[in-house]
Design a protein around this ligand. Sequence first.
Ligand code: PBG
Length: 315
Amino acid sequence: MLRSLVREHSVSVSQLIQPLFVCAEPSSQIDQMPGIWRHDRDSLFREIEACLSLGIGLFALFPVISADLKDSSGKESLNPEGLIPRVLSQLKARFPQAQFIADLALDPYTSHGHDGLLDPQTGVIFNDPTVRVLGRMAVMLAQAGADILAPSDMMDGRVGFIRQSLDLAGLQDKLILAYAAKFASALYGPFRDALSSAPGQGDKKSYQLDPANSLEAELELDLDSAEGADLLLVKPGLFYLDIIARAKKTQKKPILAYSVSGEYSMIEFAAQAGCLDKKKVVSEAFVSLRRAGASGIISYHAKEYASWLKAGLLG
Ligand code: PBG
């Protein structure tokens, strides 16, 4: 009683966002993420229904694109009949109470796995041409029903361009969740396994942040905020609590934390091996992200946490 009276931070289901992998093929389990699936349409509907009944109403969708649709320019990203636009319009019709975050980046669609257009000779990523593609992708996905557009690519200047593109298309009410402080982390491995999107050549260090840099993270947050982001994301979560805490102090917009695939898998495999109590560790992770200053948390454990909460299993 007294402990809860003086508790400073809490986690509620309304602060949780469930990421979901969507595929055109039949559903399949992701080996590196126990309990997480690439969902076909029916399984996606069931999963969203289950989440809604637990009080989770926000979803971040990520496409699993088959190899034959990937090419060096990622042109499937602009197909209005593509997987995500198709699924989005069905989801909005079926679940009007839910809100959907659409990812903006080219890596699910490119054969080389980079988030932007690549010069194969030099390995250089073309910033401005990529930004123009992202602007078109944003309009297409917003028109298909996305409520929030989330550039996860880390190109320079894309938030301003996406905002302008949305506004010009009459989509002023769509929000931008900017992956503002996204680090070149080794914790994205299981996600890349899920999407088969590991870069075939080079790495993402030319556009994602050096884990050693916090001033630069602040600069990226400042830029994305000034360009019109509505929500600012720090990613990964647990290794970067200092960045979240700093952002909470320096920024005026809400900060979200993305507890990424590697964080999920570390907990899952350690729990499977009997080393960690999963419920306790996930609860501690979530409250730590909140304590650091995150308004909301994107986590693959969101649904499971909500089910523990509902069943009264959390102390
Ligand atoms: C790429 C993207 C990545 C994730 C989300 N969007 C991986 C990457 O940058 O290579 C990772 C999320 C996770 O690991 O859970 N646009």
